[in-house]
Design a binder for this molecule. Structure first.
Ligand code: 5GP
Length: 123
């Protein structure tokens, strides 16, 4: 998928828009979601131009993929939720309800999160 450089996370990465940063390294930036759905709700984004998990998993070099997922784990440790636990997920594409087309992982934590999903019937 073509990457749109005007997406909101690209503008956060460039510094054009503010964010509440919780972790940053050469591979990733982590910041609090503007509309939190759990007591802790943080987004982790790679610094490269990847629109989705599909693009990232196909096009990113192995060291970039490894560095990004290390940053997700490091973010959880910095948030002090690694022991209590957390969930991370990446909404992908239309059925996944992805709204911002810069690959990102959500980290949810800070309370028991319940089962993963309600059951979804085929449409
Ligand atoms: P998704 O694309 O996975 O459906 O979700 C995008 C997420 O980005 C949403 O949870 C939304 O609240 C968050 N979001 C959208 N715009 C901004 C923004 O400008 N700043 C921050 N911190 N989060 C945002």
């Amino acid at each position: 998928m073509a990457y749109d450089r005007s997406n909101v996370f690209a503008r956060i990465l460039s510094g054009e828009l503010p964010c509440e940063r919780v972790y940053e390294d050469q591979h990733a930036l982590a910041f609090r979601d503007i509309n939190p759905l759990a007591p802790v709700h943080v987004l982790v984004i790679p610094k490269g131009e990847y629109a989705s998990m599909d693009d990232f998993s196909r096009d990113a070099p192995p060291a970039v993929i490894a560095g990004f997922f290390r940053a997700v784990g490091e973010t959880a440790r910095r948030l002090e939720v690694a022991e209590s636990g957390y969930r991370f997920l990446a909404n992908t594409g239309p059925d996944g309800n992805q709204e911002v087309m810069h690959f990102h992982v959500h980290i949810f934590a800070g309370a028991p999160l319940g089962r993963m999903l309600k059951k979804i019937e085929a449409s």
